[in-house]
Structure formats: structure tokens, C-alpha cells
Design a protein around this ligand. Structure first.
Ligand code: FAD
Length: 486
């Protein structure tokens, strides 16, 4: 029986990112994917700066960047086409070192993730294969697999298995985790088009058509790709809605059939749900297998990538040291409340698009001088887990800084926690420790000033594990966190 460090089921964006993150440590990984290839049609079209930082860690940004465009933001208009809420995404680099928001074509990302995995000799992919059963003992999980074409059965074993197998996750069923419905359920038609030639009159940002009659969304996607989505009434049949005449009639205000190819038309049930249990022993859930949200904020896939960015380094720590229940328990406790915040905000946005909610989608909605409402993105902290909850910086993302050789701290320390000190602490500690010099100490000192801290420990997923306010505190915090730094 072949043994692996980690088995991943599902090679979508969540599984592909996790495999890349773990492969950087040199682990042996088997990815089981039930389909022959990746899903070729568009789904996710947006991701944010935090996610680009993960893509930077796994080394795909150089090649993938050309398949993305910077997203300018979203405007919400009412039935009279008047802007009632603005959600701008400024074209300036954020603390994460990237633009706040990008548009992309999901198959391009999945192709890049798979291409990158070819660099790692210890990564194997079994396509056309699914999990039949799992059996866990103290140190291993035994997995029975079936080839979906010839029905051949095979047994493998791994130290950990992560179910990244999407909304209908088999792994979720195997660990008997209940998928809790969080309330939002609505059928929407999703129409993907490719323009035959440029149409300058089409908006260059996302428009949410907020009304009770026909809530709809327009997305300005990469290149000549454009998407329209619209809510379906209970009285309408799927067949009727998906007929060409019906769709072109809906698109009449913007496009004629001669203007674009229809790449895909389909109906999705937009829903919000979360798995109660994200782990059982050595078996984990991540991505859509653990949670679902409607796509109004473009955050479903992002949430899955945040999951695996949190989980990968914890699994790596256990593989390199010892299985650590306490550490692995923090995966769900840290991610659950973070993703729930996105689900809640997305559902509020869905209500607003249906013209049944208020514009207070986030706590950060303000009035602009011209009387319009403007909304800011949310950046929820991690839920309870590692570090002390009384530490105000713990669980927040740490900015990306450049160090003296021009490389970013992220690139230099992609797999390890980092201890970062202010000048004051540095003066007061042993000379034996060898520290990295940030290129621009001023930025770093500003960070310490703004966060009212003098030293921080940053986890490999870029979140702050702990911070301290004084030289005295530093020694105490360092002792508490040292085990991650070794
Ligand atoms: C219309 C629409 C628009 C969206 N827009 C956005 C957006 O703009 N931004 C965003 O962040 N998110 C968006 N999303 C959500 C996003 O597409 C998903 O959250 C994302 O694809 C989830 O990734 P995943 O890898 O967890 O699951 P999936 O992409 O579903 O991948 C799961 C993989 O597991 C495989 N699999 C399934 N069962 C098994 C099994 N038993 N054994 C082995 N393999 C299995 C599947 O074949 C698949 O390859 C959108 C979704 C929709 C429907």
C-alpha cells in the first residue's frame, strides 16, 4: 500500500492551492480528482489582495498576472438607474502589496495551479478517481479509491487527508458533518458572453441592479468576457429562462445577439451554508466542502484559499514535529468566524440587491459629499485560536514589507514564522539572534507606531500570532510563542 504525507481530494482552486503550499515543504502528496480535467467553464471572476499574496507565496503570480485585470469596484443602482451605493476598489497598492481587487477567469487560475504542481516530484495526481471509504487509526488514514471509468479499487494511506471536494463533498459525508443552512437561497441565471468586438458603452466595473422586479448583476471580466446574472422568479421555469430568446430579450438594453458569443448559460442556486465540523482526527474539510456563500461579493473561492493558507502550515508543523491536537483545533476556530462574517455580509448584499435590505451592508458605509453612500470592504480578524485574545494585533494580517536585498519578507520567509522587532527591542536583546533588516525601516516603525506594539511574531500565513508593547513583555511573549519559531 502506497503511503503519502497528505492526500487531498478535489483539485479545484482550494485543493490546487493547498497542494502547492504543502509541496513547498517537500511533502509527498496525492491529489484525487474525480473528473478527467478541470471544470472548463467560468465560475469565480474576482479575488482580492490577500489571495494574491497566497498566489505569490506559491509562485504563480509571474505567469498568472497577465490573465487578470484590476477591478475598479461595484456600483449599486436602483430601478431608475440611479447610483444608490458605491463600493470603490482604489487603484492603489494595499498593505498586502497588491491591488485590492482583481478579475480573472477561473479556468486560467486552475491551469496555472496545476502547471505549478508539475515542478514537484513528490506530488501525484490521480484523475477519474474518487474516494470510496476512509478508515482512521492513531497515526494514519487508510483510503479506498475507485477509478470511475474501470471501477478498479486501490488502497492508499496518508498521515492527513483534506477534503477540498466542493459543495457536495464526499469527505464531509464521511466525517458526518452537518451542512447547516444559513438562510440565503435564491435561484439565479448566470450568462457568460465573449464580445465579438469592444463595446465601450458597457460599464467598466461591476453593476448591481438593485430592485424587487429583476435583481441582476453585470460583471466586467477579463478581456472581452462579460457576465450577466439575474434572479429567477418562482413562476418561471428553468427551461423558459434558459431559452435563447428569453436571454437575448433580457440582454436587450446592453447587447444584441450579433455583438457576442454566448459561452455558457446556466442556473445556480445561490445559497449560504457552513459545515458544523471541519475536522475529525486526521481528516479535514476546506473550501466549498466547508462553506458556501452567494457570489455577490466574489468571496467564495477566496474563503477556500484563506482556509488552506491557515491549514497548510499547521499540517506542515505536525508533519515535521508531532501531531498536535491543540494546534489543529485552531484551524476551525480561527477560520469559522472569519468565513461566517463574509457569508453574513454577502447575504446582506444579496438582500440589498433584492431591494429588501438597507445599504448598511458593512459597518463601514459613509456618505460622500455628493450625498451618495459609499461602502468599504471588510477584513475580519481570525477567530479565537493561537495567541492571546487580549492582544489587539493578534489575528490581524501583517503588511508585506521589503527587506534590504529588495526581496519581500513574504518571499524570503514563505514557510516560516518571522519574529520582527522594533529598534527599541532590538537594542535590548541578545546579539546572538540574527535578524533581517527591512529595506525601509520607516515603514516598519510606522507599523509599530500604528499598532501600538514593539515586536510581532508573524505566522507563515501572514497573520500576527502575537505582539508586545514593551521590552519586558517581549521576553514573556517570546517564551509563549517560541515553539513555533524553532
Ligand atoms: C456563478 C458563480 C460565481 C462565483 N464567483 C466567485 C467570485 O467571483 N469569487 C470567488 O471567490 N468565488 C466565486 N464563486 C465561488 C467559487 O467558484 C467556489 O467557491 C470555488 O470554485 C470553490 O473551490 P473549491 O476548490 O473549494 O471547490 P470546487 O471548485 O467545486 O472544486 C472541487 C473539486 O473536487 C472535485 N470533486 C468533487 N467530488 C469529488 C470526489 N468525491 N472525489 C474527488 N474529487 C471530487 C471536483 O471535480 C472539483 O474539481 C462563484 C461561484 C459561482 C457558482
Amino acid at each position: 500500500m502506497k503511503k503519502y504525507d497528505v492526500v487531498i481530494t478535489g483539485l479545484g482552486p482550494t485543493g490546487g492551492t493547498l497542494a502547492n503550499l504543502l509541496a513547498l515543504h517537500g511533502f509527498s502528496i496525492l491529489i484525487i480528482e474525480k473528473e478527467k480535467s478541470f471544470y472548463p467553464l467560468p465560475r469565480a471572476v474576482h479575488f482580492d489582495d490577500e489571495i494574491m499574496r497566497v498566489f505569490q507565496t506559491i509562485g504563480i503570480t509571474d505567469k498568472f498576472l497577465k490573465y487578470t485585470i484590476i477591478n475598479k469596484g461595484t456600483k449599486f443602482v436602483n430601478s431608475k438607474n440611479k447610483v444608490v451605493l458605491d463600493w470603490p476598489r482604489p487603484r492603489s497598492i494595499t498593505e498586502n502589496g497588491w491591488y485590492p481587487s482583481y478579475r480573472f477567469h477561473q479556468p486560467d487560475l486552475e491551469r496555472n495551479l496545476r502547471r505549478r504542481l508539475k515542478n514537484f516530484k513528490k506530488v501525484s495526481i490521480m484523475q477519474n478517481t474518487k474516494v470510496v471509504s476512509l478508515k482512521e487509526n492513531k497515526n494514519l488514514v487508510k483510503i479506498i479509491l475507485e477509478n470511475v471509468n474501470n471501477k478498479k479499487i486501490q488502497e492508499v494511506a496518508s498521515k492527513y487527508i483534506v477534503g477540498c471536494d466542493g459543495a457536495n463533498s464526499t469527505i464531509r459525508k464521511k466525517i458526518k458533518s452537518k451542512f447547516q443552512n444559513l438562510g440565503f437561497t435564491q435561484k439565479w441565471a448566470v450568462i457568460d458572453l465573449i464580445l465579438k468586438k469592444d463595446k465601450k458603452e458597457l460599464p467598466d466595473r461591476t453593476i448591481q441592479y438593485s430592485n424587487t422586479k429583476r435583481p441582476a448583476t453585470y460583471c466586467r471580466n477579463v478581456g472581452k468576457r462579460r457576465r450577466w446574472e439575474f434572479a429567477i422568479h418562482n413562476s418561471e421555469s428553468e427551461k423558459q429562462v434558459l431559452s435563447n430568446s428569453y436571454i437575448w430579450n433580457f440582454l436587450k438594453p446592453w447587447l444584441k445577439p450579433r455583438d457576442a458569443f454566448m459561452e455558457r448559460k446556466t442556473i445556480y442556486t445561490f445559497q449560504s451554508a457552513i459545515s458544523k465540523k471541519w475536522r475529525k482526527g486526521r481528516v479535514f474539510l476546506a473550501g466549498d466542502a466547508a462553506h458556501l456563500m452567494p457570489p455577490f461579493m466574489g468571496q467564495g473561492m477566496c474563503a477556500g484559499i484563506r482556509d488552506v493558507s491557515n491549514l497548510a502550515w499547521k499540517i506542515a508543523y505536525c508533519l515535521k514535529n508531532n501531531h498536535d491536537e491543540k494546534l489543529l483545533n485552531t484551524y476551525q476556530s480561527e477560520r469559522y468566524s472569519n468565513v461566517k462574517e463574509y457569508i453574513k455580509t454577502t447575504a446582506k448584499m444579496g438582500e440589498f440587491v433584492n431591494a429588501i435590505g438597507t445599504s448598511n451592508i458593512t459597518g463601514e458605509v459613509s456618505s460622500t459629499p455628493d450625498g451618495k453612500q459609499s461602502m468599504k470592504s471588510i477584513k475580519p480578524k481570525l477567530g479565537k485560536g493561537l495567541g492571546l485574545s487580549k492582544d489587539k494585533n493578534r489575528g490581524k494580517i501583517f503588511p508585506q514589507f521589503n527587506i534590504r536585498d529588495g526581496k519581500s519578507l513574504d518571499v524570503k520567509f514563505s514557510l516560516k514564522p518571522i519574529l520582527i522587532l522594533s529598534k527599541e527591542i532590538k537594542k535590548n536583546i541578545s546579539k546572538k539572534l540574527n535578524f533581517v533588516q527591512p529595506k525601509n525601516n520607516k515603514n516598519l516603525e510606522t507599523f509599530f507606531e500604528n499598532s501600538n506594539s514593539k515586536a510581532v511574531i508573524v505566522r507563515p500565513d501572514r497573520f500576527i500570532l502575537s505582539s508586545c508593547k514593551s521590552v519586558k513583555d517581549f521576553k514573556y511573549y517570546l517564551n509563549k510563542s517560541l515553539y513555533f519559531l524553532t
